[in-house]
Every structure is written in structure tokens, then in C-alpha cells.
Design a protein around this ligand. Structure first.
Ligand code: ADP
Ligand code: MN
Ligand code: MN
Ligand code: MN
Length: 341
């Protein structure tokens, strides 16, 4: 009898920033549909998800992809977490997004997320000198060459793993700070964008084990005159993408300006260390939007201005944000009448 190894992946209850957990289940036979993957459980007292006396939590598979690590027909399975008595666990931000996503389905929202991250080894950014610092920022962004690039082996292996898994990866690039990188997912609907970002993050951490490289999603991994790490969230609706959609995009920007503080609360822990106004994107207390303005909170990309339709880029989310929460905030504010965390 054939068997499939299914790596069940879920988001834990760690505060202020949730982490990823996983464990493997052997399934007898092939996995072709979600229904081939049974619900499972785990010990919530070890993941900061136990409530009261009942420490068992339930895992419900919601999405599966090919497992590029084990290969063959093995799968990675994204799960939602429920309590022992079957309620949505408070740490489960995907459940709320599911509701909002179906309530606003007629807007056909799309998300494209740019995940920035920083590689570490031996307690400092990969390839940085043991004492002192590398040369100042300038030559590293989208660079080539051994003096400017650190960790490409991991980055390339991650790109290939995402493609092998069947994720909608849009691209990769080296970032402004040496040993900082970015990958993008999307455009995808809100649940798929969140699922694929979390799965891609899991694969990045998993690959880091093999090369003994730690992946950090800290918004400000190195203090001082070094760029922070964000997760720019690109967003459009059907009306924004249609001819003349620029008008709808501008309305959305105005709405986002009115809920700035609520959004900042949902956009990642210690984002204020990154949004100082000194390294692209304005400071955390200021909201501004503008065409091609990388110093703004929201940028309207040049292609959107040219076509007078397209999408907007919310530059505020930090690298450690929860894409389920960010997507819900953006949909509720721009398609509805505001957002409460
Ligand atoms: P930047 O110039 O800001 O670095 P990137 O090329 O890194 O931009 O990322 C652009 C992102 O925008 C990608 O994730 C892509 O999937 C996304 N995107 C493209 N078109 C749309 C759209 N119509 N709606 C939402 N996201 C989009
Ligand atoms: Mn980018
Ligand atoms: Mn970037
Ligand atoms: Mn960007």
C-alpha cells in the first residue's frame, strides 16, 4: 500500500509575533483532494494555544501543496487551528479573513506581497565581519558579485522550492542592506495570498536548517543606518483594475488615511523601529499617498498611473506581519467602512 507523508503546518499562539509549527502524518494512500487529509490535533500547552484545562487543539487542513523537501507525492498542508470544543481558536486569524473574503467576494480582491527578510549566522547578518560593519548601503540592492551578495545559495534554493511546490511566486531580489533579500507572492485572492506567504516562509526557515542560516523577519534587524525589512502589500479590486480604476484607487487611499492607526496596530510588532521616515516610507505617525512615491505610506505604481487603472502598494506592513490580518484590514477599510483589529 502506498503512503503519503503530510507535513501539517500551523500558526502558533506566540505573542506579539506568531510563529510556525509543523509535524508529519503518514496517510495511507494518495492525497488528491483536501478530503483525503483528516483533521488532526496537537498539544496547545506547548504552543501558547492552550485555553483553560483543555490543552488539545484541533488542526483542520485548508490547503495543500507538493512537498519539495520530501519530493514524490508528499505534501505540505496549511491548517487552521480550532479549540477542543470546535470553536475558532483566538490565534486563528484566517477564520475571520474567510468570512470577510466571502462577504466581499464580488469586489474580487487581489494581493501581491513582497516579503523582505534577513539572513543570520553566528549571531550576525550572514557574511558580515565579526567586528565592525560592512561598507555603507548603496551597492547591495539587486547586486551581483561575492563582495556584495551573501546567501544566494539559500535564496535560489527557496525560489526553486516554491516553484516546485506550485506556489505563485512573482520574483526575488537582493535588498538594500547586505544579506537582506525579498521574494514576492501573488497576485492572488486574500486566502491564497496568506496561505502561500505562510507556506513560503515555512520553506525558507526549513531550508535555513540545511545551511545553518537563521531567517529573521524582524522589521529592524540591525540598528542604525541600515534598512528595515517590510512586507509591502499590493492590492487591487476588480473596479481598480477596470478602465478608469485610478479613481477607485484614490478613494481607497483616502479611506486608508482615515484608519491609519488601526492598520498600524495590525501591521507587525515594533514596526516603529523601521518606519522612522529615514529609510524609505514615511514615519509611523504620518500617512501620505502618492504616485511613484517610495517615501509615502501608499504608493501608486507608475504602471498604474500610466494605465489609469491597476493597483496600490501599501508600504507600511512590517516583514513580521500576519498576511491574514493585513488582508482583512485592507479589504474592510477599502471595500467596507473601516477596520477594527
Ligand atoms: P516593487 O517595485 O515595489 O519592488 P515588486 O515587483 O517587488 O514591486 O512587487 C510587486 C507585487 O505586486 C508582486 O507581488 C505582484 O504580484 C503584485 N501585483 C501585481 N499586479 C497586481 C494587482 N493588480 N493587484 C495586486 N497585486 C499586484
Ligand atoms: Mn519589491
Ligand atoms: Mn523591497
Ligand atoms: Mn515594494
Amino acid at each position: 500500500m502506498s503512503h503519503t507523508i503530510a507535513e501539517y503546518i500551523w500558526i502558533d499562539g506566540h505573542e506579539p509575533t506568531k510563529g510556525l509549527r509543523s509535524k508529519a502524518k503518514i496517510i495511507t494512500g494518495p492525497v488528491n483532494r483536501l478530503e483525503d487529509l483528516p483533521d488532526w490535533g496537537f498539544d496547545g500547552s506547548s504552543t501558547e494555544q492552550a485555553e483553560g484545562h483543555a490543552s488539545d487543539c484541533r488542526l483542520k487542513p485548508v490547503r495543500f501543496v507538493r512537498d519539495p523537501f520530501r519530493g514524490g507525492d508528499h505534501v505540505l498542508v496549511m491548517c487552521e487551528v480550532f479549540t477542543e470544543d470546535g470553536r475558532v481558536h483566538p490565534s486563528n486569524t484566517r477564520a475571520r479573513l474567510r468570512e470577510v473574503s466571502s462577504a466581499y467576494a464580488d469586489h474580487e480582491p487581489w494581493f501581491g506581497i513582497e516579503q523582505e527578510y534577513t539572513l543570520f549566522q553566528d549571531g550576525r547578518p550572514l557574511g558580515w565581519p565579526e567586528h565592525g560593519y560592512p561598507g555603507p548601503q548603496g551597492p547591495y540592492y539587486c547586486a551581483v558579485g561575492a563582495r556584495n551578495i551573501y546567501g544566494r545559495e539559500l535564496v535560489e534554493a527557496h525560489l526553486q522550492a516554491c516553484l516546485d511546490a506550485g506556489l505563485r511566486i512573482a520574483g526575488i531580489n537582493a535588498e538594500v542592506m547586505p544579506s537582506q533579500w525579498e521574494f514576492q507572492v501573488g497576485p492572488l485572492g486574500p486566502l491564497d495570498a496568506g496561505d502561500e506567504l505562510w507556506l513560503a516562509r515555512w520553506m525558507l526557515h526549513r531550508l535555513g536548517e540545511e545551511l545553518d542560516i537563521e531567517v529573521s523577519l524582524s522589521p529592524k534587524p540591525v540598528k542604525g543606518d541600515w534598512n528595515g525589512a517590510g512586507a509591502h502589500t499590493n492590492f487591487s479590486t476588480k473596479a481598480m483594475r477596470a478602465p478608469g480604476g485610478i479613481r477607485v484607487i484614490e478613494e481607497a487611499c483616502q479611506k486608508l488615511g482615515r484608519t491609519h492607526e488601526a492598520h498600524i496596530k495590525a501591521y507587525g510588532y515594533r514596526n516603529g523601529d523601521r518606519l522612522t521616515g529615514k529609510h524609505e516610507t514615511c514615519d509611523i505617525h504620518t500617512f501620505r499617498y502618492g504616485a511613484s512615491d517610495r517615501g509615502a505610506s501608499i504608493r501608486i505604481p507608475i504602471a498604474t498611473t500610466d494605465a489609469q487603472a491597476g493597483y496600490l502598494e501599501d508600504r507600511r506592513p512590517a516583514a513580521n506581519m500576519d498576511p491574514y490580518l493585513v488582508a482583512r484590514a485592507i479589504i474592510e477599510t477599502t471595500c467596507g467602512n473601516g477596520f477594527i483589529a
